[in-house]
Design a protein around this ligand. Structure first.
Ligand SMILES: OC[C@@H]1[C@H](O)[C@H](O)[C@@H](O)CN1C(=S)Nc1ccc(F)cc1
Length: 387
């Protein structure tokens, strides 16, 4: 979507994977979906180095709203007990921290969690969000029929644009059309980012299934990615319980190669130094945020070894990820040269490691290097073109 936003994949924090639809603020006040949760996370983003690294969106997901709209204005209202100050006050707070506030809705009659949907009130809801100072809107597709998607998302984009406020538009449109060829060029015209596969869960299997979907690249959806419009493989779950340290490195590396939005869904109030350093890894973020905005691709898979490549600046350079999804065994040696990767120019290259994994071999042009990647691990490096 050409609205000046998401020129690189957006970065920030999103409540859903970690905090779900926990509305039990009586028993669980620290973790329920409430203004307190988003203020706490805004505080952490601003104070712990995340904002400086680029993580600027604080995004509300499902279950924020009251079950009934205002009967007079038909406007959405936040749950009065859980958001007593209202969304505008929350946006003001988040903005005072130099951050942006996102919110969530649905094109159907209800959200997936059963809260009011926007099916008949798109103009009102877009206007409401703009009045509140909202900076990003994720519109889900629950309680909708299949042929509605290709009209509902353009209509909502029209009304968001009408407000005159720049609002990043996150669409779940292709995620509801996986089984039949989504019209990706049309989706890219109306959306800044779009979910196109299953919800992520706090597990290695979930991360692997998403990597597989993106490696298979059905309908060549990678080709429509670029500044202003990105495929969204869902949230970063680093810092939660389901991934081992090396598997967390895999997610950070692969989301960087895939030019994915980086929306953390974890508890920033209680995160290990290791996970926090991984989330803040400058080399990985630089590749994720590369201005070319080209989505990396899986070049080949041999057994449990996958080789991915993403063209990045300076011109002629590449980020490379070698993923070992093996369960058994130890370091698998992978011999790879730039020629193997289809890089056939006569430039001089340096392979400087951005990340993890080990390799032996010589720097330089067509030489092969032997890269050794451990199980459930990734080698993540950058071939920088020197001349
Ligand atoms: O309720 C909202 C929740 C999150 O926003 C996810 O990111 C969205 O992909 C949708 N969503 C959920 S749980 N969606 C959903 C997941 C499984 C299902 F059987 C029916 C709906």
């Amino acid at each position: 979507l050409d609205n000046g936003l998401a020129r690189t994949p957006p970065m920030g924090w999103l409540s859903w994977q970690r905090f779900r639809c926990n509305i039990n603020c009586d028993q669980d006040p620290l973790n329920c979906i409430s203004e307190r949760l988003y203020k706490d996370m805004a505080d952490r983003l601003a104070a712990d180095g995340y904002k400086e690294a680029g993580y600027v969106y604080v995004n509300i997901d499902d279950c924020w709203a009251a079950k009934q709209r205002d009967p007079v204005t038909m406007k959405l209202v936040p749950d009065p007990k859980r958001f007593p100050s209202g969304i505008k006050a929350l946006a003001d707070y988040v903005h005072s921290k130099g951050l942006k506030l996102g919110i969530y809705g649905d094109m159907g009659t209800f959200t997936c969690g059963g809260y009011p949907g926007s099916k008949f009130t798109m103009a009102t809801d877009a206007q409401t969000f703009a009045e509140w100072g909202i900076d990003s809107f994720k519109m889900d597709g629950c309680y909708s029929t299949t042929d509605d998607f290709s009209t509902a998302y353009p209509i909502m984009e029209f009304y968001l644009n009408q407000t005159g406020r720049p609002i990043l538009f996150s669409c779940s449109w292709p995620a509801y059309e996986m089984s039949f060829n989504p019209n990706y060029p049309k989706i890219a015209k109306y959306c800044n980012i779009w979910r196109n596969f299953d919800d992520i869960d706090d597990s290695w299997d979930s991360v692997k299934s998403i990597i597989k979907y993106y490696g298979d690249d059905a309908y060549n959806f990678s080709s429509v990615a670029g500044p202003g419009n990105f495929n969204d493989p869902d949230m970063i779950i680093i810092g939660n319980k389901g991934l081992s340290p090396s598997q967390e490195e895999v997610q950070m590396a692969m989301w960087a190669i895939m030019a994915a939005p980086l929306f953390l869904s974890n508890d920033l109030r209680n995160i290990s130094e290791r996970s926090r350093n991984l989330i803040l890894n400058k080399g990985a973020i630089a590749i994720n945020q590369d201005p070319l905005g080209i989505q990396g691709k899986r070049l080949w898979q041999i057994g449990s070894i996958q080789v991915w490549l993403r063209p990045v600046l300076p011109n002629g350079s590449y980020a490379i990820a070698i993923l070992n999804e093996n369960y058994g065994g130890y370091l698998s040696p992978v011999t790879v040269s730039l020629a193997d990767l289809g890089v056939v120019d006569n430039g001089t290259y340096v392979l400087n490691e951005v990340f993890t994994g080990s390799y032996i071999g010589t720097y330089g042009t067509k030489d092969s290097v032997v890269i050794k990647v451990d199980v459930s691990s990734v080698f993540f490096g950058k071939y920088t073109r020197k001349s």
